[in-house]
Design a protein around this ligand. Sequence first.
Ligand SMILES: [Zn+2]
Length: 96
Amino acid sequence: MRRTGTRMPERGVVFKRCGCRDRRSGRRLEGACPQLAKRGHGSWYFHCSVPTVLVGTERVRRGGFPSRQAAETARDELLAARRPTRQPRRGRLAGG
Ligand SMILES: [Zn+2]
């Protein structure tokens, strides 16, 4: 078994945020909300850099996912879709 818990920043981060605001300042607590540990409070976001042809990497941040799993899945799909793969499926290896 490999060790778990190692960070993989190159694959982006997944975090939870909510819309609660500070009573006095009116500012959003976001990641500082003490209720974020509760289930069902707030929603999940992901933040990652995806490779692009034109600008190298593009920072993408999306949110509103109901669970960490959903955010991670969306992130993985995004990375898979943006990955510049130039490998053609079953190219003409023979003949030509
Ligand atoms: Zn909150």
